[in-house]
Design a protein around this ligand. Structure first.
Ligand code: PLP
Length: 466
């Protein structure tokens, strides 16, 4: 349904508290409504009028991919968790005195959902003059992540989000930083950092005026070559670049970044080709690219949303035609509603390779399926026969230990494994690639498998080089 692009549509968030006002809500089956009401007590829920009116095909609900992507589903909790919350909610609805019990139950279930995967909060926090800088992560030599405190929400929340714990106010789990000048100081002291990645939440929820305050100090710094902005706004609220009050200011800011000699890379989180189908989304892409910025596309492969090769062929071919650059296909992280969305690694690999085979070389800039885990980003190259055994062939695309990058290694084939930490080294030579943080120090330790048969013991120190 195309709308005139001159019209200013005001952003309208839809959350737990105003969902009743959504026209389509009343027509939903009551069990879908109940599921959303119960699950959204635990997992953050936020969508918006554009997503509901233009991206979701309500005739296909609950199977519609964008409905699955933004509305809480029954299967996101175990039956037992769901019942605990449902019963506690019923009691609290009947009598306010039971509200604290409901809150306690909600906290308990949240903690059961591994709110903090792969050491995100405690590892890789850099220091300036000895003080840790909140809101920053420096894991790979050339690239630093920055979480501006003004960008800690999104135009809509993805139900699988691995940063979901940031949105539900679990104490101490919120990345935030008000300190753009601290970021600049760090970058001046660390000239090896060429790429700064603004992420969140979504930095593009910030008004142009605020975003400018973060970007401006970095433009001075010669050693910074690329500024990346990780954002879902291009999918969930493309009006940000077309009809929002400060859309033009935002584009002028992008132009200034480019004029100052930086590469501006919009890391667009696109989950499905429907996000590129509306007129306003196409116009957003056109306008962003006209500033000299590039848009790369990345997202995880997840059940219920994009778990078939055809969906990725559509996304990558349509995107490439519009000038977007396919970048990563991720494996869903081990947090939140993972069990609802995840797939065996072998299935992720099959989807990736089936899709990859069907797109031209210009779209084969994409890499994956890739897991962002403690040692780095590891992607699955395939499955090999070694003797009469099978093995996953893996490779690091990024690693905290740069020398581990682009060295193929093997893990025992496991048709059920859904994440890196479930894999085991195939042979002795593969052991250095399996490292995890030490529980006390947070330093990398390698995870060894004894020759006698799968029993794990740990040894300290950096991985040996091959
Ligand atoms: C993916 C990722 C980056 C960026 O890695 P690139 O391969 O350069 O895109 C940086 N930091 C972390 C923690 C990441 O997971």
């Amino acid at each position: 349904m195309d709308r005139p692009l001159t019209e200013h549509t005001k952003f309208r968030a839809i959350t737990r508290s105003n969902i009743e006002k959504l026209g389509q809500w009343a027509h939903l089956d009551s069990d879908l409504r109940e599921a959303a009401e119960v699950v959204s007590l635990v997992l953050p829920f936020r969508t918006n009028a554009y997503v509901c009116d233009e991206l979701i095909d309500w005739d296909r609900v609950p199977d519609d991919p964008i409905y699955q992507l933004t509305f809480p589903q029954r299967g996101m909790l175990t039956d037992e968790q769901f019942e605990r919350i449902r019963v506690a909610k019923e009691a609290a609805d009947a009598d306010d005195a039971h509200k604290p019990l409901l809150d306690a139950e909600i906290s308990r279930v949240r903690l059961e959902l591994n709110p903090h995967p792969a050491g995100q909060m405690t590892h890789n926090v850099p220091r300036v003059d000895g003080d840790p800088i909140e809101g920053m992560q420096h894991k790979y030599r050339e690239t630093t992540l920055f979480f501006p405190s003004h960008g800690q929400t999104c135009h809509a929340y993805c139900t699988f989000c691995f940063r979901w714990a940031q949105f539900v106010g679990i104490e101490d789990l919120k990345f935030a930083s008000r300190e753009a000048d601290q970021l600049a100081r760090y970058l001046k002291q660390n000239k090896r950092v060429t790429d700064v990645l603004f992420t969140g939440g979504d930095p593009m929820v910030m008004k142009a005026r605020v975003l400018e305050r973060y970007l401006e100090p970095i433009l001075e710094i010669e050693s910074v070559r690329t500024i990346r902005i990780g954002t879902k706004s291009v999918g969930y609220w493309p009006q940000r670049y077309v009809t929002d009050i400060d859309a033009d200011d935002t584009l002028r800011l992008f132009e200034r970044v480019v004029e100052r000699g930086k590469h501006l890379a919009i890391m667009g989180h696109y989950s499905h080709a429907v996000e590129l189908s509306t007129r306003v989304s196409r116009e957003a892409v056109r306008r962003i690219r006209s500033t000299g910025a590039n848009i790369r596309m990345q997202s995880p492969v997840i059940r219920h949303v994009n778990d078939d090769a055809g969906a990725w062929v559509d996304l990558w071919t349509r995107g490439t035609q519009m000038g977007l650059i396919p970048y990563y296909m991720f494996v869903e992280r081990d947090t939140g509603a993972k069990s609802y969305f995840d797939m065996p690694l072998v299935r992720c690999w099959n989807i990736f390779r089936n899709a990859y085979q069907q797109v031209p070389g210009t779209a084969r800039t994409v890499r994956g399926p890739s897991m962002s885990c403690f040692p780095g980003k590891v992607h699955i190259l395939g499955i090999a026969d070694i003797g009469d055994e099978q093995a996953f062939v893996l490779e690091f695309l990024q690693a905290r230990e740069p020398d581990m990058v682009r060295r193929p290694f093997f893990a025992k084939y496991d048709p059920k494994a859904t994440w890196y930490d479930q894999l085991e080294p195939f042979g002795k030579g593969d052991e250095p690639f399996f490292i995890e943080p030490d529980a006390e120090t947070g330093m990398p330790v390698s995870l060894k498998v004894s020759a006698s048969g799968g029993e794990r013991s740990r040894s300290r120190g950096a991985p040996a080089r091959r």
